[in-house]
Design a protein around this ligand. Structure first.
Ligand SMILES: [Zn+2]
Length: 356
């Protein structure tokens, strides 16, 4: 395993950022001498989302053991903390790792959506603002890998994946290997998420070149922001390892094959985000994983405490499963209360990009 340090120049004098990259060089062939797929894993693109960081920390010894035993077949590149810029951003004592303070741009938006998987089409990695340079560098590191995993987390939630519809159901084995609860399928990225930038270059290629049967690109939502936990990190690392073995990046004949995926699969347009009708304190009546009927009470917003009509109830617009909810209980009018994966298309379906 090789460790190297990437450097990103800051936007002002005396400021620069760095992050480590770990590379396992594979034997390039799987057990039957076919070309082995390569993999790229990154975590904490939204710098404060740590469940994936600790999962990678638990995965590394498994990969080092495989390397020592000559079982790494495909090249593996790992970036455990992909966003040193966001990592350093504190605003009045609170960490802000989602948006770049200098440009107000979400760190998981504004990635270039290339017409082909060719890193030479990327912008110059020395131009633009620091967050743009970081994005270019992350794509330079990831483009061309058969398997690209971007590890995030939600606010409070189940473990779930975003997957482009062209990769489903071919990626059902990955969802089963990782043991996630749900998969949300999307069709078009207009905002330039990292996942979108990872899959879009292949969408216009002939099927035998794009190889959707062996390609993996996904945003992994490892539950909630507070789910940074040793036991979960261990089981998530095992899930990542099972995926790498299942797809032939790592050889491990002792590992049993996971069964078929039995979790929720729904298109993005089925998600109801439930904007709050009032500002106030949120009393949730549901939690992630709950199945709700149409009209079920989701939450009560206490907007005028102590007054007879000071509470507003929020009801489920359709039947479905609660995927996520907020970790904080303070809300403004119009902010989203939760993600309800409905059984059918949401009347409030938001077009375009995934919600990370
Ligand atoms: Zn995120």
């Amino acid at each position: 395993m090789q460790k190297s340090i990437e450097h990103i120049a800051g936007d002002s004098e005396g400021v620069s950022y760095e992050f480590p990259v770990f590379r396992f060089e594979g034997l390039r062939f799987d057990g039957s001498d076919k070309a082995a797929p390569s993999a790229y894993l990154q975590a904490a693109l939204h710098a404060g989302e740590l469940p994936g960081v600790v999962a990678i920390d638990a995965l590394m010894p498994m990969l080092e053991k495989a390397e020592a035993e000559g079982r790494i077949k495909g090249d593996i590149t790992i970036v455990p903390q992909a966003n040193p810029i966001g990592r350093a951003q504190y605003h009045f004592g609170e960490h802000q790792g989602r948006f770049h303070l200098g440009t107000r741009t979400n760190f998981n938006r504004g990635f270039p959506l290339l017409a082909a998987p060719d890193p030479t089409l990327l912008p110059d990695a020395t131009s633009g603002t620091a967050d743009q340079r970081l994005k270019t560098r992350l794509l330079q590191l990831s483009i061309g890998h058969d398997i690209v995993l971007d590890l995030h987390c939600d606010d409070e939630g189940l473990a779930y994946l975003y997957v482009h519809a062209s990769l489903w159901p071919a990626m059902a084995d990955c969802a089963a290997a990782m043991g996630v609860d749900a998969v949300v399928l999307w069709g078009e990225d207009t905002d330039g998420t990292f996942e979108g930038a990872s899959i879009t270059p292949y969408l216009n290629l002939p099927a035998d070149v794009a190889r959707f049967d062996r390609r993996v690109a996904t945003t992994v939502e490892y539950r909630g922001i507070l789910d940074v936990d040793g036991a979960l990190a261990g089981s998530d690392a095992e899930g990542l390892y099972r995926l790498l073995v299942g797809r032939g990046v790592v050889l491990d004949q002792a590992l049993s094959t996971p069964g078929s995926f039995t979790g929720i699969v729904a298109p993005l347009e089925n998600i109801d985000m439930m904007p709050a009708p009032r500002a106030g304190a949120v009393l949730y009546d549901v939690k992630p994983g709950d199945r709700v009927a149409k009209g079920a009470l989701l939450a009560t917003i206490v907007h005028a405490p102590g007054e007879a009509d000071g509470r507003t109830q929020v009801l489920a617009p359709q039947a479905g499963i609660i995927l996520t909810r907020r970790s904080r209980r303070i809300i403004r009018a119009g902010e989203d209360l939760l993600k309800l994966v409905g059984d059918r298309k949401s009347a409030d379906a938001r077009s375009g990009t995934l919600e990370d």
